[in-house]
Design a protein around this ligand. Structure first.
Ligand code: DHB
Length: 390
C-alpha cells in the first residue's frame, strides 16, 4: 500500500473537485483529488451548458482558461414561449448582466488541462474508494487500475463526488430534504443551426420544451417526458413531431431540425443535505444538493460552493479558529435560493398529469405577469444570471 500525505483530500474530480483543488493550489494549500471515472469518459459526457456571470469570472480570473470568452457564446436573455408566442426577457436591458453558453464538459476539460499545466495531483479511474475517520485525521483509500492499494491521509476531506456520493453517508445525522417530480427531461443533441438568437423555454399543454444550443451546427434540446421513458423507444421522427406540436403557435415559429445523434433521459429531483459538514468532512456540489435542470443551476451552484469553501479553508489553514463553521450556512443560503428558482421555473413551465384548465390558465397568468412586468422579469434575470455572493 502507498501512503500520501496532503492537506486536503478531495473525493470527486468533476468541476467542483477540480476547481477547489485549483483554487487551493493558488492559495499555497496542497490537495489530492481521486475520481472513479476515467478522464476520457467525463470529457465525452454531455451535461448542461449555461454559466452564470460569476462562474465565467472564476474560470478567467483564477487563470483556469479564457477559452470561455473565445469559444463560449454570450447570451443576453432568454425567450419564454407561451400561448404560441416568444417573449424575450432581456437580461442586459433589465439588470446589465449576461450568461454564457459554455458546456460543463468544456469547463471540465479546461480544469483538467489547468491541473496538467500546474502539476496538480488528480487520480482518475480509481476503484473501491472509501473514506474513514472524518472527525479525526481523515483517510481516503482506493485501488488503482493495476490493483495496488493506496491511502491518502489528510487534514480536511472534501466530498465532491456527485449525486451518488459515497462521502455523504459520513455526515452523521444529516437531514436529507427531497422533492420528487412526476416527470423527467428527454435530452437530444442534433445537427442543425440554432433556431433563435436566445434559448427558448417553452410552455405548452403537451409539456415543456427547451431549445438550447451548442455551436453553429450542433444544438441541444430537451422536452419534458415521463420519468420511466426509455430513450431508445423514440425515433427521430417521433421526437421532432412531438417537439413541433409543443412549439406550434400563432407566430408560426419553427425549430430548425436535423439528425439526432444522442438521446438521454435525465433524472429530475430536488435534494439538499443539511448540514454540509461533519467534523473534518465537508461536502460540495451535487454531493450536497441537486436541483432540477430548469434554469441550469447545478454546475453554477457547485462552483459557488467551492468559491466559499476555498476561502474558508485558506483561513482555516492560516490558523483562524471556526472558519470552517461558516462554510455550510453561507453555501446553503445560495443553495435554497437556487432550489426555489429551479422549482419555480419548473412549476411555471411544465405540465402535470391531471392538471385542470384552471391550473393551465394560472400558469399562463404567471408567465404573463413575469414578461409583462419589469420587476417580474428582473427577478427572473437576477436569478438566472446568478446572485452576487452573500
Ligand atoms: C441547458 C440546460 C439547462 O438545464 C438549461 O436551463 C439551459 C441550458 C443546456 O444544456 O444547454
Amino acid at each position: 500500500m502507498t501512503v500520501t500525505r496532503t492537506q486536503v483530500g478531495i473525493v470527486g474530480g468533476g468541476p467542483a473537485g477540480l476547481m477547489l483543488s485549483h483554487l487551493l493550489r493558488r492559495a499555497g494549500i496542497d490537495s489530492v483529488v481521486v475520481e472513479a471515472r476515467e478522464r476520457s469518459v467525463i470529457e465525452s459526457t454531455n451535461r448542461a451548458g449555461i454559466l452564470e456571470r460569476d462562474s465565467v469570472r472564476m474560470l478567467v480570473d483564477t487563470g483556469v482558461s479564457d477559452r470561455v470568452l473565445t469559444d463560449g457564446h454570450e447570451h443576453r436573455g432568454i425567450n419564454l414561449r407561451f400561448d404560441g408566442v416568444n417573449h424575450l426577457v432581456n437580461f442586459q436591458d433589465l439588470i446589465g448582466a449576461s450568461t454564457w453558453l459554455y458546456p460543463q464538459t468544456d469547463v471540465f476539460i479546461d480544469l483538467a488541462n489547468a491541473h496538467d499545466r500546474d502539476g496538480g495531483d488528480v487520480r482518475f479511474g480509481v476503484q473501491d474508494t472509501d473514506v474513514a475517520d472524518v472527525t479525526g485525521q481523515p483517510r481516503i483509500t482506493y485501488t488503482d487500475a493495476e490493483g495496488t492499494a493506496h491511502e491518502i491521509r489528510c487534514d480536511i476531506l472534501v466530498g465532491a463526488d456527485g449525486s451518488r456520493s459515497i462521502t455523504r453517508a459520513h455526515v452523521e445525522g444529516h437531514t436529507p430534504y427531497f422533492k420528487e417530480y412526476p416527470f423527467a427531461w428527454f435530452g437530444i443533441m442534433c445537427e442543425a443551426p440554432p433556431s433563435a438568437d436566445e434559448l427558448i423555454y417553452a410552455h405548452s399543454e403537451r409539456g415543456f420544451v427547451l431549445a438550447s444550443q451548442r455551436t453553429e451546427t450542433v444544438q441541444r434540446m430537451y422536452f419534458q417526458c415521463d420519468p420511466h421513458e426509455k430513450a431508445e423507444n423514440w425515433s427521430d421522427d417521433q421526437i421532432w413531431a412531438e417537439m413541433r406540436a409543443r412549439i406550434a403557435g400563432q407566430d408560426g415559429f419553427e425549430l430548425k431540425e436535423g439528425p439526432i445523434f444522442e438521446k438521454t433521459v435525465l433524472p429530475f429531483r430536488s435534494f439538499v443535505c443539511e448540514p454540509m459538514r461533519h467534523g473534518n468532512l465537508l461536502l460540495a456540489g451535487d454531493a450536497a444538493h441537486t436541483v432540477p435542470p430548469t434554469g441550469a443551476k447545478g454546475l453554477n451552484l457547485a462552483l459557488a460552493d467551492v468559491r466559499v469553501l476555498a476561502e474558508v479553508l485558506e483561513r482555516h489553514f492560516g490558523g483562524e479558529d471556526g472558519a470552517l463553521d461558516e462554510y455550510g450556512p453561507r453555501a446553503l443560503r445560495r443553495v435554497w435560493k437556487a432550489q426555489h428558482f429551479s422549482y419555480w421555473m419548473t412549476s411555471m413551465l411544465h405540465s402535470v398529469d391531471g392538471a385542470t384548465d384552471f391550473d393551465v390558465k394560472r400558469q399562463l397568468g404567471e408567465l404573463s405577469m413575469v414578461v409583462g412586468s419589469e420587476r417580474g422579469s428582473s427577478y427572473l434575470a437576477e436569478a438566472y444570471t446568478g446572485w452576487p455572493e452573500d
